[in-house]
Design a protein around this ligand. Structure first.
Ligand code: ME8
Length: 642
């Protein structure tokens, strides 16, 4: 196993606040990245946001904001959710980041130059929701999208294509020679049969909307959103930039690279991405891990069904570890899992409160009670020790192996074997009986030591998902999180004193919690869409304070020479005279505009509008049909507007 590790999660599609379902990949990768760090592997965990495409353009329009403003807000929101979920990433890439845009443009030009991309024309069906083109045979019988079932649009336009078939044999060969390239096996088989059924060249540009990365040599085309998005994995490492140290370190030099993805985006990662890399002469140094879906009883979570659950609904009430635990435990590698509220509460009460929380709090309080909180020295054993110690060794080994294979659910189940066994050990050894007999103090000390060792080991093995709980447990043991590499039974506590245990988990009242969820869903059902749009438009008082508004007097105004909707005006703002271009010519003649006392945004970035510099913006009240300049009567030129 190599000492370096590059872990990537699919960059989240910026279509709103992440739901529990699409948080799965990010949480699972974070667990995996934390595990690798604990194995002393130099680990780089990448996450980020996928921000281009028609769907985003349409969402922004519906919210009444520019696409960039829309994705900026979603990025803020997503980062907050990841922070609240204790996601510890090394880099957050956004596909609107300049270095990424440049990289995509350079790659496109290179592939164009070497003939892997060519200009042709596309006519076919496009699913806006999935940002995917489909051939007629791929569509459902009624012409809807085979992936999401929504209606598709007929599109016909000039477009660039990537030659896929040229690389098909090489890709099949790679898959054959690298049995671990795609796991699990069922997904690999799906990919192989998709390639073997023949690859049509892939349409990789669009001209019917603007919100994307323009093709450098032909800017009326924007790059297909998947080509743009997949490239993030190497943009983030500095590929094609002045500093590609990270690329050399985390891609080129014997690294374990893991692209963790949901099964719905397998084809993009298992076919298009490797072909892009082959065309760029970049080695296919990665392993694809395709996980299943978190489903609800009604199928996939969706806002329209009113059954969407957001991570914040859970962590704000039950803490981030509860969500991380649930997600980590829920999905067997490659298969789907379920989310429902009863199951969440049950798991919380059984696994976290009863099994683990009790074990920890009982152990700490017994050491406090029987030994004044001093970790006792062991010089006697009991008949149950050997079994517990053997189990500790095997649980450590197996948990590590499961994590290594990304079998997160198995890792949790394995560690819980030890939790269960230790709870049984308490019943078997009955410390409360031993404590009543002075001759049994040594035996009692031995029992306490074994229990402390168990919780130390469990705290380490579960720390990739129970981040906060492990910190609390280890703090109570007066220890810090160590590596998993040398984790074993037999730690020398040197008779140290334990700390107080911070509160871990509260038992949940099932009825009360179900009522909470019901209220949550009901409150969302009808208003959800409206609320979301409102939320997107919300700004803080600090945001508003950034806008500098001043009174100005229009001194001169004339029509723009090349645009009949625009007036070019000179406006006096205090001591300063500025040139401002305004789209008001349909409503005001230059003569009508001159002399008005208007409100100007004075700290707007300068812009060149149809070849004329504009330094500020005049406020208007406007809808689709009418427009009226906002004016003041008495305030002097240069006065601030607040
Ligand atoms: O696919 N259960 O982004 P995304 C489990 N931007 N996983 C789920 C899920 C569910 N219910 N719903 C979604 C994208 N996912 C692209 C990625 S990468 C170059 C571009 C998973 O926000 C989904 O499979 O739609 C994907 O792995 C991740 O959430 C993000 O999905």
């Amino acid at each position: 196993m190599c000492k370096k590790c590059y872990v990537t999660t699919p960059i989240y599609y910026a279509s709103g606040t992440p739901q529990l379902g699409n948080s799965y990949s990010t949480v699972a990768c974070d667990v995996f990245a934390r595990f690798n760090r604990l194995m002393n592997r130099d680990t780089f965990y990448l996450t980020g946001m996928d921000e281009h495409g028609l769907k985003i353009e349409e969402k922004a329009e519906a919210a009444g904001v520019k696409p960039q403003a829309y994705v900026d807000k979603v990025a803020e929101e997503a980062k907050r959710v990841w922070k609240d979920l204790d996601i510890k990433y090394d880099h957050f890439i956004r596909t609107t980041d300049e270095y990424h845009v440049k990289n995509v443009q350079k790659i496109f030009e290179r592939l164009l130059k070497q003939g892997d991309i060519y200009l042709g024309s596309y006519s076919g069906s496009y699913c806006v929701s999935c940002e995917t083109f489909f051939t007629k045979t791929q569509l459902n019988e009624d012409g809807t999208c085979p992936d999401c079932g929504k209606p598709t649009k007929m599109v016909s336009e000039e477009a660039y294509f990537l030659k896929l078939s040229k690389y098909a044999d090489r890709l099949l060969e790679h898959i054959k020679n690298h049995p671990d390239f795609i796991v699990p096996e069922t997904r690999k088989n799906e990919v192989v049969s998709f390639i073997e059924s023949g690859l049509d060249d892939l349409c990789v540009s669009r001209t019917s909307f603007d919100w994307g990365i323009p093709v450098l040599s032909n800017p009326k085309h924007v790059v297909y959103v998947w080509i743009d998005a997949l490239t993030n994995y190497i943009s983030a490492l500095g590929y094609n930039s002045d500093n590609d140290e990270l690329f050399k370190k985390y891609w080129m030099s014997g690294v374990n690279t893991y692209h963790v993805i949901g099964k719905d985006i397998l084809r993009f990662h298992a076919v298009y991405w490797p072909i892009m890399l082959m065309a760029l002469d970049i080695p296919l140094n990665f392993k694809l891990i395709a996980h299943g879906w978190i489903l609800t009883r009604e199928g996939k979570m969706s806002k329209s069904k009113g059954n969407a659950v957001y991570p914040g609904d859970l962590y704000s009430r039950y803490g981030s570890d509860s969500v991380r635990y649930y997600l980590t435990k829920e999905l067997p590698l490659g298969n789907d899992g379920l989310f429902n509220e009863e199951r969440f509460i049950e798991r919380y009460n059984n696994d976290l409160v009863n099994d683990y929380g009790n074990l920890v709090s009982r152990t700490i309080s017994m050491v406090n009670k029987y030994f004044d909180g001093i970790v006792p020295t062991v010089y006697k054993t009991n008949q149950y020790d050997e079994e517990l110690e053997t189990l500790m060794a095997s649980v450590i080994k197996n948990t590590i192996n499961y994590f290594d294979e990304f079998k997160l659910q198995n890792a949790v189940i394995e560690t819980w074997e030890l939790v269960h066994r230790a709870n049984k050990y308490i019943d078997e050894t009955a410390p409360w009986v031993l404590s009543k007999d002075e001759n049994k103090i040594a035996e009692l000390a031995d029992v306490m030591y074994h229990l402390l060792e168990t919780i130390r080991i469990v705290a380490h093995l579960s720390s990739p998902y129970l981040v906060q709980t492990s910190t609390k447990v280890l703090k109570a043991l007066n220890l810090e999180l160590g590596t998993l590499v040398d984790l074993k039974y037999g730690f020398d506590y040197k008779q140290m004193k334990l700390n107080n245990l911070e509160h871990l988990f509260d038992r949940l009242d099932v009825k009360k919690e179900l009522a909470y969820f019901e209220e949550l869903h009901n409150s969302r059902k009808p208003k959800e869409q409206v609320e979301e749009v409102k939320k997107m438009n919300e700004i803080s008082i600090e945001d508003f304070a950034k806008v500098e508004l001043k009174v100005g007097v229009v001194l001169e105004s004339k029509k723009h020479e090349n645009a009949d909707k625009l007036l070019v005006s000179k406006i006096q703002i205090g001591d300063e005279v500025r040139q401002i271009v305004s789209g008001i010519a349909k409503f005001y003649s230059p003569e009508e505009f001159v002399g008005k006392k208007v409100i100007v945004v004075t700290n707007l970035k300068k812009a060149v509008i149809r070849g004329v510099e504009s330094n500020g913006m005049v406020l208007c009240a406007a809808d689709d049909k009418d427009l009226e300049i906002v004016t003041v009567n008495n305030a002097k030129s240069g006065t601030s507007v607040r």
